[in-house]
Write a protein that binds this ligand. Sequence first.
Ligand code: BGC
Length: 762
Amino acid sequence: MKIKNRHIMLKKTLFICLMMVSSVMVAQHAKPIYLDDTKDMEERIEDALKRMTLAEKIDVIHAQSKFSSAGIKRLGFPDFWTDDGPHGVRPDVLWDEWEQAGQTNDSCVAFPALTCLAASWNPAMSEAYGYALGEEALYRGKSMILGPGVNIYRTPLGGRNFEYMGEDPWLTSRMVVPYVQGLQGVGVASCVKHYCLNNDEEYRHQVNVIVSDRALREIYLPGFEAAVREGKAWGVMGAYNLYKGEHNCHNSITLNKILKQEWGFDGVVVSDWGGAHDLDQAVKNGLDMEFGTWTDGLTMGATNAYDNYYLSKPYQKAILEGTYTEKELDEKVRRVLRTFFRTTMNRRKPYGFLCSESHYEVARNVAAEGIVLLQNEKVRELNNATVLPIDPVGKRILVVGENAVKMMTVGGGSSSLKAQHEISPLQGLRDRLKDSNCRIEYARGYVGDVTGNYNGVTTGQDLKDERKPEVLIAEAVEKARTADYVIIFGGLNKSDYQDCEGHDRKGMELPYEQDKLIAALAAVNKHTVYVNISGNAVSMPWRKQVPAIVQGWFLGSEAGKALAAVLVGDVNPSGKLPFTWYESLRQVGAHSFGEEAFPGIWRNGKKEIIDEEYREGIYVGYRWTDKQKLKPAFAFGHGLSYTTFKVSNLRAENTLTIDGKLTFNVDVTNTGNRPGMDVVQLYISDVKCSVDRPVKELKAFQKVSLNPGETKTVTLTTDKRALSFWDEESGDWKAEPGDFMVQAGDASDNLPCKVKVTLIER
Ligand code: BGC
């Protein structure tokens, strides 16, 4: 070959090679569909799925540490981090230990507990809460918050009631939706828990709940249903207990049939930690991601613990041996990928930040709006004025009680936090009144639980006091005699058998002989205020002797500030009870049928499964007290203000057809002399029905802000579902044509307006 020709040949070969290399480079650089966020998410999921190996698929459906599962590193999916929930972002624990990781950047804002949020009856508060929490989670690198909790308050003994939103399905539904939307609005998944029927804590891994379909649908599921259908929750956590013999982390009815098929849930079902118990059920009954406490999803420790999870090596082996195809696995992985695309792979989510003033503001506002003024009597010695708000100028104020000083953000189980700060009630009052020319003294009054440690987070407080109860009471009484006001901060705390995960309370009574202390103080001082710190109702045998009673919840970082603001009247209280405050357990439906209904009966005498039958059925909370004509200490929806309101002139705005919306207008007037907020509540009763129905049920509400003398018209809208019951025969909601009585007012026991409406079949 001539040299020139060889040259030309060489050039051609070089050119072809270059072309080949560059086309390979182009191919390598072209974005795969799964990474292209202009593409439809479902297309991206399928594209990612087909690139994954069996091992990679198995890796993403189970935990690799206490709070994370693996991403898909080869394909660029980061690890997936979850965290508790629901009141703030839990501090980091070690990879496979519950002890603290010892980070210095994981202190958070502690938001008020969810009972307080529910007591605000303000969905806008809930959205702000979710949003602020989401921003904290983002900063901490968490893609899923394990919350909110929407289990129904069935008994005041429930150890985790403080983490939930009360007894009413409608209130719970309205409050959970904005929380989920706020949180997910910043690209953090919510994991709504504990689905479902986890209404008490004792034996929570072994309880098999027996409940009618009606009670399940009308009382226990609506909060979850709203979170999924309206809130579009991206995650749901299966509960520990059983229903119809299957654990709720892999339950064919609650997960496959109801959650996924009926409600169209397209997110991930996450097991509660250690809640999976069976490979076959875990594969087939709706569980998507298995998380756990120790090795086998229960309590045993082992090395390589996570490999032993049901949805880890055992599942992989069973697939390789042909017991299962990859059909169920792919369905789980699709859901996990969808969650990744919504969270870790969402490039548009904000960065988030921690402990900002805006987050404290949310915490403070929720706390202030959730505090409930239960009682506020007029007293002769104060010229017939009410005790609250206190008038501090020139006064001597005696503050009493351990809960005035005890940090409450540490403890209680998985919702325990490491708060950047927590202002105690005593501190809050001192700060607020420092320029008010008054003297604040403190007496301990009682000693409760002086430990302050949860998984290595310590409060740093030394609350030890060896004095005997009589001595403490005598000291407080002595000081109370001459004080202008006595403000007692008592109640429960976050220790075992109180407001705490893992156990239920043993009774409704206040612990640590507080009843004696409160009665003794009220006997010597007529201006006594009792502030109850708890997530549950407590019995108050001295109720008639204490003129002012405030429900102060667990209020988080800004507790003291919010309480002081309400006590001195900077904030006019507007919280309303999200549950019935019973006089005693004798008024509680769940406690009216013996052990069968609570805590249950061990099956066959063996301590394996305990059957708990919800024999009160749909009659939970005020539905029970109404039916039995019982007068609780404070009714559901009750909460006073420093002003007064009048609810009047309820009118139905349209004729009712079976598929129409029902609109009601009602006027509310501030008849007192301070600006304030009231919650207008609408309850509906079916006058005649083929099945037994509650005396009334909450179906709409709205919080309104009014200046003195001002009247506003509130429009409340409901629909056919509000008139319906769950028809066990057809397995569907049913509204029977006929008359319905609609009542409005501002507490379930204060409903001055009535209107009758008739539902006609079209
Ligand atoms: C609790 C869950 C919690 C999980 C992780 C479980 O024991 O029931 O509510 O999210 O632990 O801490």
